[in-house]
Design a protein around this ligand. Sequence first.
Ligand code: AMP
Length: 478
Amino acid sequence: MPFADLGLSDPLLRAVADSGYDEPTPIQTGTIPAVLMGKDIIGIAQTGTGKTAAFVLPMIDILGEGRSRARMPRSLILEPTRELAAQVAENFEKYGKNHKLSMALLIGGVQMGDQVKALEKGVDVLIATPGRLMDLYGRGKILLTGCNLLVIDEADRMLDMGFIPDIEEICSRLPKARQTLLFSATMPPPIKKLADKFLSDPKTVEVSRPASANLNIEQRLIITRADKKRDVLRDVLRHEEVKNAIVFANRKTTVRDLASSLKKSGFKVGQIHGDMEQAERIAEFDRFKNDDISILVASDVAARGLDVKGVSHVVNFDVPWQPDDYVHRIGRTGRAGMTGIAITLATREDAEAVAAIEKLTGHKIARVDAEGEVSAGAAPTEEAPREPRRAPRAKASPKADPVTKAEAPHERARRREEPPRTPREEPRRDPPREQREPRYEEPSREEREEEVADAPLVADAAPGWNGPLPSFLSFGAS
Ligand code: AMP
């Protein structure tokens, strides 16, 4: 079906054509006409499927009619992370260039002065993370009574991050006769319950997981030893045809250590993790996007939802603890019809995590040796840990290697002091909590309160915004 048959306006179709898209993706075909007819939607889809445009496009046409009023946003999009919020804003800017819509963005970790000013003038679209929204709502800066269109994006991530009570609260403050669109990669029971409570006669549109269905991503598993992983990684980065790569590690400390070690080895490398200031993250991400660096070492949270076209490789330096993180990680490559390679370094201890990934994706990952030859497909447990065929360059012992070294006592103490950030519904097969980097790094409620108290309320095209900021903040809001 061509875009023209979806019921979108001509100015919008022109903007879509300018973006270079020929045909709508399945989630767009299933969603857009129903949204234009005012229906509630449950979209079971994850990043990489084109789901952002599936709600942004019809919203632009719906909001094209009507006017905004002071402090009363006409629509609200809830995103679990700042990065995703930023990318939604980027989508509005791209597709909304022929419309005059005003937007404001409320995300943690940035100054909010101009955003609050924009809000006070009235905005058509408010894009927010739930914590920051609740803070401002509590301060009387926002009225939700004029908000007739709500998008809850990445609902399962919201659940993981403990945002569901905030979302329930927000839903109950919105007009009852609103339109609600809920997107989630999976539908665990609490999300189903949320949908039952707050959506009315929704149309459900489900598209397959891109990672399991995406034949554009070639997946490989290299089985090695923990103390050889850096050597194997360097070999991969040197001998594969790597145009650019995102290297994922499970811990922030590993991200830091790995980035500096790769730098010493002569790679053009940057890093992105949850302990970094937002402005630093943006700068690193921009360097990667602009090809100033070719390797970005990242933690899951910081890289979540990052959308860079043409990433040739994703390397999992660590097997992710959660199988769905594997799906998200490898989805950074093979995007928008391009091909990509995802390589995972695994040790014998990772056997269970690898099995969980394969169960989730329904795909047996090809085992290769360190030189790239496909082996018989033995699972890590079935195979003694072995060295890559290529001799490692340096003798690294687990003790000497910062990647694998035990955590220093002060680090442990610091970690114990950190507030719990990742409430979970049910325990999964994770390593003990104290060994983990918090999976999500949105600030806790107390931290958010501090952040708000410290920060002037808004973003002037300001430090800390993690996306394509400039034009959209001035877009219709001045
Ligand atoms: P999303 O699932 O929203 O994260 O989108 C994934 C990627 O698909 C982004 O790079 C979009 O720009 C791209 N995209 C969105 N819609 C289309 C389309 N109809 N055809 C091709 N690519 C698209």
